[in-house]
Design a protein around this ligand. Structure first.
Ligand code: MGD
Ligand code: MGD
Ligand code: MO
Length: 793
């Protein structure tokens, strides 16, 4: 670039969104089964592409093994009896590993050559494929390029900013869900000794809704089933979750359960491949044969039609019980273990079955079949994911699932119960380690007792509140333990505006992402070890531990040589930052933790119930289960005297303007949240494009457009115009008035105020949009919106 042009470009603000550029969309037939040979091929291709077949290939066989490391992708549990010597991984686990085990790295020279502005003009796919971050970097005030900085200087800068705040609550400490138990514990300990409960975390966009629904109703914010329950059960319902892409190893559990006679019901606006069929790539039969059909019944519910659907099923079950008394509902369980049944029953007097069915969008005979499949069965498991937690009434929908399970007496029994399928590989462990903006008094009292400092008592900020607090200077310093806050959160333009106002943004990261490019007045990138790498402390190879989606804590020990000698593990980063910030004032012996993770685990044991003999039990084959009273049929509800509670919920009125549609934002098969592995969504038949919108055939016709047309998308919540320009219409089997797009591209359309009642999560699967034919002058409008957001700073 010419010098002048260069200078001019740098005066422009870096782009908070990926470029509005179309690639070369190819649409093929969507798949009706997941995995099989293509999955094996993709695993190998992915490793080859990252030039890491040896480094990554070797590691693949250690992933999820008893003596290996925990897969960095999803949080689905590993079998606790035997594990396949072929490797306990799936295609998407291999992709996640290839991303972090890559041989490519980003050096100081890279940042010297590339300004943040120039980098921001690239797609997230390109940004993510430059390789691993290898040295700490610093962005000075008004800077255009990141510069190298020593670790000591970096800690000093952060400490300086933290210590000059008027209140510790002007800092926010974000956590993405990969951080180990050990690092999470010291992280919250440091932030609390510093003086704040501001712990926005990825749960605030993910399963917060589940916790908020489960704690008051069954007394614990976690699921109540074990992996083994899937092997011997009668009915497995998968609602608002896409296991084929997001927890592929779950398909093996479903296959095993089906082999033993279980029936599967799938409830989803999209006929997802992984719900329909499975060919296990680790079995000859799965590779060569036709595999197994998964869903025995598929209910194409409308977006947010789940509440009406669940109530319709419940109404039918009540009717069946009348026809076959004592055979359908568990009256004994209801009488002895629950409260609120009579009121619950009474509400159905006000409902009309046809009306409920119509609101769900599912045909009456299918709803009937679902109720029949459950009627004489007790061992029922309900699995759910983001399709429910990211609805405006998600808390209520999950409480309704609990209502249904309670009617049937299906909680706290072998082969039955609630199964929120969590996301990030240690998101559940983060919460258990007290990364929580609303800690309980008991938790804080225990910290005080063990360490002797007075922890802050007030509730801290969650993700949405943090975004808002950035706007008015209530938060000035943002520290990210992993993650990609800008791209994962809603209302991209508004969020970027808030981030730019901050005094300091810090990210502990493995890979470059857009959150490094849209930053505060000063910024730091602190590179860290990945889970697959060897973590050496005082000449000894360390292990960390994580908790899976079913409450099993297990050890994880990396085995690859770290990509750079400058990396520091997350636990040490926190301890060194704590020393730099708190100095002699601290009552915690941070050096003890620096010298040994055993010491961290010893103190976790003192503070958090269920970790007795942590250091010994974590080394057992398959780890150990944390206590879970609800799983044993003991409901520790505060307000209902140790009984589970029925809840009265409302049916939402989902009214839309004539030209309005509902949009659910979701993931492709080729991404892990904001990390874009590739540009396909193979199972849904989408290749080489992310800017697509799935629409029903009739809606397309009615709107006078056609498949392949270019459109612009709009949202008008809070009276503000939000625009996501240049998308391609793809005709898809999806209910009328419903659409699906991929995030992060459409996060710009999600208002920060469009949240889930009670859990305050972004309702990213319930977004009202308008769709108009694409016009080139839209870019000028988008430019204006963005310049305005920059001007008002
Ligand atoms: N490969 C891969 N694995 C991942 C991730 C990833 O990005 N990539 N992310 C991880 C994380 S953090 C999480 S939280 C999980 C997420 O995993 P999932 O919970 O599966 O999340 P999504 O794919 O966003 O959406 C799930 C499904 O909800 C459906 N849906 C949308 N609206 C509705 C509705 O109104 N009702 C119903 N019943 N269904 C609806 C969508 O069609 C979609 O199939 O996966 C984890 N694992
Ligand atoms: N519209 C819409 N938005 C959504 C969702 C949706 O369905 N729709 N889903 C939401 C959900 S469920 C979630 S969980 C959030 C995810 O939000 P985040 O957790 O913030 O996002 P990720 O994309 O998982 O973070 C990726 C980054 O983490 C860093 N990283 C990876 N591994 C490690 C590690 O081991 N240590 C450290 N320190 N850093 C690491 C890398 O730098 C990488 O770029 O997004 C949410 N956003
Ligand atoms: Mo998540």
């Amino acid at each position: 670039m010419e010098n002048d042009e260069h200078k001019q470009a740098h005066q422009k603000a870096p782009s908070a969104e990926p470029p509005y550029k179309l690639l070369n969309l190819q649409v093929t037939k969507a798949k009706s089964w997941a995995a099989g040979i293509p999955a094996v091929k993709v695993s190998i291709q992915t490793l080859l592409k990252e030039k890491t077949l040896i480094r990554g290939g070797k590691a693949l066989f250690k992933m999820n093994q008893f003596d290996g490391f925990d897969c960095p992708s999803c949080v689905w549990p590993d079998p606790d009896d035997e594990r396949s010597p072929l490797g306990e991984y799936c295609e998407n686990g291999a992709k996640a590993l290839a991303e972090e085990a890559t041989n490519k790295k980003i050096t100081v020279e890279f940042f010297k050559e590339n300004s943040v502005y120039d980098l921001s003009q690239l797609s997230d796919y390109v940004i993510g494929h430059f390789g691993r971050l290898s040295e700490p970097m610093y962005m000075p005030p008004n800077g255009t390029h990141y510069q190298p900085i020593s670790w000591d200087e970096a800690f000093k800068k952060i400490a300086h900013h933290l210590n000059k705040l008027e209140s510790p609550d002007e800092a926010a400490f974000y956590t993405s869900g990969r951080t180990s138990n050990e690092a999470s514990f010291v992280y919250q300990l440091f932030a609390r000794e510093f003086g704040t409960n501001n712990f926005p975390d990825c749960s605030n966009m993910c399963h917060e809704t589940s916790g908020v629904a489960l704690i008051p109703t069954i007394g614990i914010g976690k699921g109540t089933v074990k992996l083994r329950d899937f092997y011997d059960t009668d009915v497995i319902v998968i609602i608002g979750q896409n296991p084929g892409t997001n927890s592929p190893r779950m398909l093996s559990a479903l296959e095993k359960g089906k082999g033993n006679g279980a029936k599967v019901i799938a409830i989803n606006p999209l006929p997802e491949a992984g719900l329909m069929g499975f060919r296990d790539p680790q079995k000859v039969k799965g590779i060569l044969g036709s595999g197994v059909q998964l869903a025995d019944l598929y209910l194409p519910v409308k977006i947010n039609g789940d509440m009406a659907l669940l109530k319709a099923i419940e109404m039918l079950l009540i009717q069946f019980e009348k026809e076959s008394p004592e055979k359908v509902l568990d009256k004994n369980f209801i009488a002895n273990k629950t409260v609120g049944y009579q009121e619950f029953l009474k509400q159905f007097e006000g409902y009309n079955l046809d009306d409920l069915i119509q609101k769900s969008g599912v045909a009456a005979d299918l709803v009937n079949k679902a109720a029949q499949m459950m009627s004489f069965k007790k061992r029922i498991i309900f699995c759910w994911g983001m399709g429910l937690t990211q609805q405006h009434n998600g808390v209520d929908i999950i409480k309704e699932i609990i209502n249904l399970l309670l009617m049937k007496g299906s909680i706290g029994i072998p082969g039955g119960g609630a199964c929120p399928v969590r996301g990030h590989s240690n998101v559940q462990g983060n919460r258990t380690m007290l990364i929580n903006h609303t800690p309980t008094t008991e938790e804080l009292d225990q910290l005080k007792k063990v360490f002797g400092f007075e922890p802050p008592r007030g509730h801290g900020l969650d993700v949405v509140k943090t975004i808002k607090a950035m706007q008015n200077g209530q938060v000035k310093v943002f520290f990210g333990m992993g993650g990609n806050f800008l791209s994962a959160t809603p209302d991209t333009t508004y969020t970027a505006k808030g981030i730019r106002k901050l005094d300091l943004t810090v990210y502990v990261s493995t890979k470059l992402n857009r959150s490094h490019l849209i930053h505060g007045k000063e910024a730091l990138i602190l590179p860290t070890l990945s889970r697959s790498e060897i973590d050496m402390v005082n000449g000894e190879r360390q292990f960390v531990s994580t908790e899976n989606s079913m409450g099993v804590v297990e050890w994880s020990r990396g085995m690859l040589t770290p990509i750079s000698q400058h990396l520091i593990n997350e636990t040490h980063i926190v301890c060194k930052l704590a020393k730099a910030t708190l100095g002699n004032k601290s009552v915690v012996d941070w050096d003890r933790y620096i010298n040994s993770y055993n010491a961290v685990r010893d103190d976790i044991e003192k503070c958090i119930p269920g970790f007795e003999n942590y250091n010994e039990r974590v080394k057992q084959k398959g780890g150990f289960y944390l206590p879970n009273a609800a799983r044993d049929g003991d409901f520790k509800t505060r307000d209902f005297g140790n009984r589970a509670s029925f809840t009265l919920t409302d049916i939402p009125e989902n009214t839309l303007d004539a030209d309005e549609y509902l949009m659910a934002t979701t993931r492709t098969h080729d991404q892990f949240n904001t990390t874009i592995y590739g540009l396909d969504d193979r199972y849904r038949g989408i290749h080489n494009e992310r800017r697509v919108i799935f629409m029903n055939k009739k809606d397309i016709e009615k709107a006078g457009i056609k498949s392949g047309d270019k459109v612009d998308l709009f949202n008008y919540d809070d009276g503000i115009e939000r625009i996501a320009p240049l998308f391609i219409i793809v005709e898809y089997p999806i209910p009328e008035k419903n659409t699906v797009t991929y995030f992060p591209e459409t996060n710009v359309l999600v208002s920060v105020n469009n949240v889930v009642k009670e859990s305050n999560m972004p309702a990213s699967k319930y977004v009202k949009i308008k769709i108009r034919k694409h016009t080139p002058d839209i870019f000028k409008k988008v430019d204006d919106i963005q310049s305005q957001s920059l001007r008002s700073e």
